[in-house]
Design a protein around this ligand. Structure first.
Ligand code: NAD
Length: 271
């Protein structure tokens, strides 16, 4: 018996990285999963890998029509919708304000916020009528960048702080019928892409030299986590039986960045 038996979820950006790990884990927990994914090849691969437990729709989260199509097709295929996971995202590759060209700044902001913030809002709007029917829930992927500086540049950091705001506002507005929560993972080696406006569209986080060592060195738990390591809190939040009193909260799952302190780790050697 799984925690999500006989439920139906949608995961945006389910074609790779964390989204794909969520698709796999939700299916293992008994759910059927719809996916909205921009990359057609990744969407097609999901069908090969997960068969009739997944319904992948190719489209862009920054389009309301594409979100609505994903909801409509998922409900037509699986009969209901219990959880909407907003997860598709893009990255600013740590470009600081001094490094960002003035001529590209406005376009870079619009491009990043269109996916990371507007995409979540449009998805929630499209899913809401179905979630009201099932008393379902919304989960947004945030990031350590939703809480602390230096998890990106100002564009990414502001976008993830904005999603914390969406969790709180929508948690308030949609109660008591629909719960709205967030998960804020730490770093992981994925294909997270950059922005056309800054010429980093084809860059992937997985190409970054020394990323695993960096993640280990900054987290108290000294881990370089994989996408699979971050899925548990999503299962908890999607499970009515295990989280029915929870709304408007964010679960930080980042190796303990919030207890990093001012010195090098106290434990380690001593423990
Ligand atoms: P990823 O690139 O492997 O996965 C994101 C998926 O979203 C990709 O399949 C991509 O094709 C898709 N996508 C991108 N833009 C889209 C759009 N406009 N419409 C539809 N699909 C789109 O990257 P990931 O690291 O798994 O990112 C997933 C989420 O995790 C993002 O919200 C990201 O900000 C967040 N996150 C990532 C890290 C990290 O270190 N990788 C850390 C914390 C949070």
């Amino acid at each position: 018996m799984g925690w999500l038996d006989n439920t139906v979820s949608i995961v945006t950006g389910g074609g790779s990285g964390l989204g794909r790990a969520l698709v796999q884990r939700f299916i293992a927990e008994g759910a059927s999963v719809g996916v909205l994914e921009r990359d057609a090849a990744k969407a097609e691969q999901l069908g090969h890998d997960f068969g009739d437990r997944v319904h992948a729709v190719t489209g862009d989260v920054s389009s309301y029509a594409d979100n609505a199509r994903a909801v409509q097709e998922t409900v037509a295929r699986f009969g209901r919708l219990d959880t909407f996971v907003g997860n598709a995202g893009v990255f600013d590759y740590f470009r600081t304000l001094p490094e960002l060209d003035a001529e590209h700044l406005s376009a870079a902001f619009d491009e990043l916020f269109a996916v990371n913030v507007k995409g979540y809002l449009l998805g929630a709007k499209a899913a809401l009528p179905e979630l009201l029917k099932t008393r379902g829930s919304i989960i947004f992927t945030i990031s350590n960048a939703g809480f602390y500086p230096a998890g990106g540049g100002p564009l990414y950091t502001a976008s993830k702080h904005a999603v914390v705001g969406l969790v709180r506002e929508l948690g308030y507005e949609l109660a008591p019928k629909v719960r709205v929560n967030g998960v804020a993972p730490g770093g992981m080696k994925t294909e997270l892409g950059g922005l056309a406006a800054t010429g980093t569209e084809q860059v992937k986080l997985s190409q970054m030299e020394g990323l695993d060592d960096l993640m280990r060195s900054i987290s108290p738990l000294q881990i370089a986590a994989e996408p699979e390591d971050y899925c548990g809190p999503y299962v908890l939040l999607a499970s009515r039986a295990n989280s029915s009193p929870m709304t408007g909260v964010v679960i930080n799952t980042d190796g303990g960045l919030g207890v990093r302190g001012f010195t090098q780790m106290a434990g380690g050697e001593a423990l």
